[in-house]
Design a protein around this ligand. Structure first.
Ligand SMILES: *Cc1c(COP(=O)(O)O)cnc(C)c1O
Length: 382
């Protein structure tokens, strides 16, 4: 089945008693046992809940994995995965990483004896050079935030196989619709479901899919042990959102392409980072391995005062953190999303005082472009 069909059918009920098409919200903490030593398959909602399970199975199917897991947030999902490792283990991580993941690794897991090297994961040779005897995993963002560098998941997976590393892909920006990480060789995918998967800026959630059953058992052990699970209401909302993932993505990336091309020609815009532009360094890989270029754009304005002007004067596009929902959002990564990364690192990466990030939504692209155009002009002499 194609992704669009699988997505639309997540949670589709086949039960004959009521004929309900959607999965009910099983708002229950516990489940009655039919008899001593017997179970309906459910006993307590941290360990398993039918609404959450429908979401987890849906993700596993979308991804082509054996099992899915839903968590209270993307950070809860990534935290749970870190418990696959032990004191002394080393992980190689994408350098222009989501700020929250960086903070988690450096401020939380360092104190438990894990160490991390931050590498440009769009450069396979640089990743190989960072491997140490105690390296256990590669944690890659398939499309990075905010600079939209593209990782060659197939080449990195081959490298991981060669060195027996676990290959974890944070595929939040691309989703299983645009990049099939398991087909390319990855072992685990992790998502902030709060972004494109739930897709409506109304739910915070995290998702993990695992390819191999033995590894899935370990991930389940920690999901249940740590207990940062997604509640039934939010599981329902995430399923509801995921049903339209492919439609939203198609529209959002069509809009993003138009906005990126418009920005590219604007006299007050410098660099434009969008993998759908042919001169973007990741264009070729995504074209070859993916199913589109996503809907995130980063761009530099030519003068610092334009940052404030755009943030304050866009009316269709909201100044807000987060991304991936139906509404377009604009942020200033240096201050908003990446404040936990050292200033020198930000500078080196190009996350500077001129860089803005756009999450392009499903609005009409003409309205988005007109909104940016008027915001650039605001306060200018006519
Ligand atoms: C938002 C985000 C996260 C964290 O997810 P939350 O749902 O906000 O906890 C992790 N990785 C990436 C790439 C993100 O964009």
């Amino acid at each position: 089945m194609k992704v669009a069909t699988t997505a639309a059918h997540i949670g589709l009920q086949r039960e004959s008693r009521t004929g309900a098409v959607t999965v009910p919200i099983y708002q229950t903490a516990t489940f009655r046992h039919p008899g001593l030593g017997q179970s309906t398959g459910y006993d307590y909602s941290r360990s398993g809940n039918p609404t959450r399970q429908a979401l987890e199975e849906g993700l596993a199917q979308l991804e082509g994995g054996c099992r899915g897991f839903a968590y209270a947030s993307g950070m809860a999902a990534i935290t749970s995965l870190m418990f696959l490792f032990s004191q002394g283990d080393h992980l190689i991580v994408t350098e222009d990483l989501y700020g929250g993941s960086y903070r988690l690794f450096e401020k939380t897991f360092l104190q438990f004896g894990l160490t991390f090297s931050y590498v440009d994961t769009s450069d396979v040779a640089a990743v190989e050079a960072a491997i140490r005897p105690n390296t256990k995993a590669l944690f890659v963002e398939s499309l990075t935030n905010p600079l939209l560098k593209v990782a060659d998941i197939a080449a990195l997976s081959a490298l991981c196989k060669k060195h027996s590393l676990l290959h974890i892909v944070d595929n939040t920006f691309l989703t299983p619709y645009l990049l099939r990480s398991f087909d390319l060789g990855a072992d685990i995918t992790v998502y902030s479901g709060s972004k494109y998967l739930a897709g409506h800026n109304d739910t915070v959630c995290g998702l993990v899919a695992v390819k191999d059953p033995a590894l899935a058992e370990k991930v389940y052990f920690h999901q249940n042990g740590i207990g940062a699970v997604l509640g039934p209401q939010d599981s329902f909302l995430t399923i509801r959102g995921m049903k339209t993932l492919t439609l939203r993505m198609e529209r959002q990336q069509e809009n993003a392409q138009a906005v990126a091309e418009w920005l590219f020609t604007h006299p007050r815009v410098g660099k434009v980072y969008y993998p759908g532009l042919p001169d973007h360094p990741g264009h070729r890989i995504l074209k070859e391995r993916g199913n589109g270029f996503g809907a995130m754009i980063a761009f530099e304005v030519t003068e610092p005062q334009l940052v404030d002007r755009l943030l304050m004067n866009t009316r269709v596009i909201s100044f807000a953190e987060s991304l991936g929902g139906v509404e377009s959002l604009i942020t200033f990564p240096q201050v908003q999303t990446h404040a936990d990364i050292e200033p020198e690192t930000l500078d080196r990466l190009g996350i500077n005082h001129l860089l803005l990030r756009l999450s392009v939504g499903i609005e009409d692209k003409d309205d988005l472009i007109a909104d940016l155009a008027q915001a650039f002009e605001e306060g200018e002499p006519a």
